[in-house]
Every structure is written in structure tokens, then in C-alpha cells.
Design a binder for this molecule. Structure first.
Ligand code: PEP
Ligand code: MN
Length: 253
């Protein structure tokens, strides 16, 4: 399984903090992600926050820290780009450009990441149907860029015990109707760290190609999404579980 620019083991794991906060936080997390067997380091440098008064991310400084940590720990870097004017600089520092849920139908941005030729992680809009999501992917493909990973991150429903509702049936549906890779983000889907691992297991059982998990050395002190972030220890333990399942599967087949 691979994108044009690099091969991928499946299931692959993208992990890291919601936002890059400082060097210590990011590097501690990156070390744990690598040691546990993760493949990509995630972290927001430009954050799409509901309130303009919340932490908006470190911007270029965040990109520099991500690139440095990615190099040091040999992890590919995934980070969000929110503005057409930032595509060039984000592509300079990151391996994969993330289009967040709120921008899934920002067509100017989709065209611009399409033109960049960089791999794109396209999150599902929080109120988007599968058709709308696949059409958003078409905008990227129309620019000649087929390096796309879809990411299911939960949708808005009347159900309010979780932040969003994880729509897991999209995984086998996408596998049947599209040739794109699909990862699942149970962190933003549930908004609750105690539900993340059970839903990650369910996502793997549904056949996803990978997972995106928010991880923080001190979730209670996180500037963003601490409630849904796994500790480094929880993440490490879960990664060992995934590895042992993958090994068992390989032995069976
Ligand atoms: C994120 O992954 O950092 C993020 C903001 O997620 P979403 O766009 O799914 O809300
Ligand atoms: Mn987040």
C-alpha cells in the first residue's frame, strides 16, 4: 500500500498532540510515537478553533518544530493547512497536508493542495455526506493529485454523549466504492479519551487502513483537546496491542 511519495505499512498510525505547544511537549510525544511504532507525527501549527480567543497555534514556529521532530525521530509529518496562502509554506515543512473538517468544502483550498502534488489527508466535513466527501476528493484529483487519504472523524447528529458520532460504516463503504485509503480518528469523533481505544479497535475491525490518534504527555494541561488525548503510556500500550493483533493475523493467513 503506498502513496506516490512513500510506502505505507497498514494499518498505519498517525499520532501526536492536537496542537504543537512547545518543543518539550512535541519532542516528548514524537519520541513516544516513534518508540511505540507509530508512522506519522501529527500536530496543528494552524488551529481551526471555534473561538477566536482560544489558542490559535504557533504558526511557522510550529511547522519548524514539527519538521525538526519528524527528522530527529524519523516520522513523516501531518499538519493542517487552513488557508490557500499557507499551502506553500506548510508543504515545505510537512509530508502530508491535512484538510480539516471545517474546510472539506473549501474548494479554493482543495484546488491549491491538489496543485501542490503533496499527499493530502482529507477529513470528512462534520455534516458531509459520503458523496460530498468523495466529491471534495475529486477536486484534489482534478488537479492531478491522487495522493489522498480520507479521514472519518465523526459527524454531527442528535446524539450528544460524544463530541461527534463516529460513522464507522463508511469504512467498508469507502473500501467498496473508492480506491482511496481511509483512516479513522476516534479522538475527534468521541471527544473522550476513555472511548478512544474501544472505537479505534472497532475501526480496525471495520477494515480501516490506519488511525489518527491525539496523544499528549500531560492531557490535563493541553492547550487544546486534552479531554480526548491519550497519555503516552495509554498510547504505547495500545500500539503493543495492535502489533500483537497484526502478528496473529499474519500467522493465521
Ligand atoms: C485536527 O485533527 O486537528 C482537527 C482540528 O480535526 P477536525 O478537523 O476533524 O475537527
Ligand atoms: Mn484536536
Amino acid at each position: 500500500m503506498f502513496l506516490e511519495k512513500f510506502p505505507l505499512e497498514t494499518p498505519f498510525v498517525i499520532a501526536g498532540p492536537c496542537a504543537v505547544e512547545n518543543r518539550k511537549q512535541l519532542f516528548e510525544t514524537a519520541r513516544a510515537v516513534k518508540e511505540a511504532g507509530g508512522h506519522f507525527l501529527r500536530g496543528g501549527a494552524y488551529k481551526p478553533r471555534t473561538s477566536p480567543h482560544s489558542f490559535q497555534g504557533l504558526g511557522k514556529k510550529g511547522l519548524e518544530l514539527l519538521a525538526e521532530a519528524g527528522k530527529l525521530f524519523n516520522l513523516k509529518v501531518v499538519t493542517e493547512v487552513m488557508d490557500t496562502r499557507d499551502v506553500e509554506i506548510v508543504a515545505e515543512y510537512a509530508d502530508v497536508l491535512q484538510i480539516g473538517s471545517r474546510n472539506m468544502q473549501n474548494f479554493a483550498l482543495l484546488k491549491e493542495v491538489g496543485k501542490s502534488g503533496h499527499p493530502v489527508l482529507l477529513k470528512r466535513g462534520m455534516s458531509a455526506t459520503v458523496r460530498e466527501w468523495l466529491c471534495a476528493a475529486e477536486y484534489i484529483k482534478a488537479e492531478g493529485n491522487h495522493n489522498i487519504i480520507l479521514c472519518e472523524r465523526g459527524i454531527r447528529t442528535f446524539s450528544d454523549h460524544t463530541r461527534n458520532t463516529l460513522d464507522l460504516s463508511v469504512v467498508p463503504y469507502i473500501k467498496k466504492h473508492s480506491d482511496l485509503l481511509i483512516v479513522v480518528d476516534p479522538s475527534h469523533a468521541t471527544g473522550d479519551s476513555s472511548l478512544v481505544i474501544p472505537m479505534a479497535r472497532a475501526a480496525l475491525a471495520a477494515g480501516c487502513d490506519g488511525l489518527m490518534l491525539e496523544v499528549h504527555p500531560q492531557p490535563e494541561k493541553a492547550l487544546c483537546d486534552g479531554k480526548q488525548s491519550l497519555t503516552l503510556e495509554q498510547f504505547t500500550e495500545f500500539m503493543a496491542e495492535i502489533r500483537s493483533c497484526v502478528k496473529e493475523d499474519a500467522n493465521v493467513s
